[in-house]
Structure formats: C-alpha cells, structure tokens
Design a protein around this ligand. Structure first.
Ligand code: HEC
Ligand code: HEC
Length: 92
C-alpha cells in the first residue's frame, strides 16, 4: 500500500514542477513584450506632462514654438535624438 501512494505523490510533484516552469516561461514572455513597447527616455525635469507615462514638456500643442530648440526644427530628433513622430503621428 505504501508504494502506490508514494508514486502518486511523485507524479503530483512533477506536475507541479512542470506547471511552475510553464508559469516562469509565461512571465518571461510577458516581460520581453514589455521591453518591446514604445521607447522610454530620461527627459529633463521640465517634462512634467505625462501621456500614457511618457513625459512631455508643457506647450506640447505648439511644438514648433516650444520644442524645436532641442527636438529639432523638423521635430525629428535634433540634439535630443528623440523624434516627435516615433510614438505617434502629428498630434498638434
Ligand atoms: C531644453 C531641451 C528640450 C526642450 C525645449 C524639449 N525637450 Fe523633450 N526631451 C529633451 C531631452 C534631453 C529628452 C531625453 C532624451 C534622452 O533621454 O535620450 C527629451 C525627451 C522627451 C520625450 C520622451 C519622454 C519619455 O518619457 O520617454 C518627450 C515625449 C518629449 N521630450 C517631449 C517634448 C515636448 C512636447 C517638448 C515641447 C513642448 C519638448 N520635449 C521640449 C529635451 C528637451
Ligand atoms: C516616447 C514616446 C513619445 C514621444 C517621443 C513623443 N510623444 Fe507625444 N505622446 C505619446 C503618447 C503615448 C501620447 C498619448 C497617446 C496618443 O495620443 O497617441 C502622446 C500624446 C501627444 C499629444 C496629444 C496630447 C493630447 O492629449 O491632446 C501631443 C500634442 C504630443 N504627444 C506631442 C508630442 C511632441 C511635440 C513630441 C516631440 C517633442 C512628442 N509628442 C514626442 C508619446 C510620445
């Protein structure tokens, strides 16, 4: 009577191990997809307006006045290398 009980326990343990490996794989896949999301930079402290977690400087509706000095006259990067078109189209 002892042996079949032991065997049953072992298969349960194995099933649990397999499940936790699957679970870890799932977490890894989710984590990798997160890093494939939109890029996230380290903007200066005056970038205080969050749009879905991405910090914009105030006056974002008039970028041709407020943002060109750093993001370039065409808003495609300039000295910052961060283009206004890389996360969305023209929103202004
Ligand atoms: C004084 C220079 C300067 C001005 C002016 C400026 N930016 Fe930036 N901005 C930066 C720098 C520097 C970064 C970060 C670059 C990096 O990390 O590689 C940045 C990053 C950003 C990011 C990415 C933030 C994130 O969380 O990923 C956004 C969005 C942005 N700026 C929007 C704007 C808008 C909108 C304006 C105008 C209203 C503006 N910026 C004006 C210097 C500036
Ligand atoms: C790192 C990603 C990223 C960069 C770079 C970026 N934005 Fe955005 N921006 C977003 C997201 C996310 C939203 C909100 C979702 C949307 O509207 O697409 C947004 C929204 C906006 C809006 C709409 C605001 C509203 O709610 O009415 C404007 C205007 C805007 N951004 C301007 C700019 C300008 C100007 C730049 C360049 C200086 C810039 N963005 C660069 C991510 C970014």
């Amino acid at each position: 009577m002892k042996i079949p009980f032991k065997n049953m326990n072992k298969t349960k343990v194995h099933a649990a191990e397999k499940l936790s490996i699957l679970f870890l794989l799932l977490i890894l896949i989710i984590a990798c997809e997160k890093t494939n999301d939109l890029p996230k930079y380290n903007p200066p402290a005056d970038h205080t307006i969050s749009k879905d977690g991405f910090l914009h400087k105030s006056g974002l509706d008039q970028p041709l006045t407020n943002c060109v000095s750093c993001h370039g006259s065409d808003l495609k990067g300039g000295t910052t290398g961060v283009s206004c078109y890389e996360c969305h189209g023209k929103e202004w």
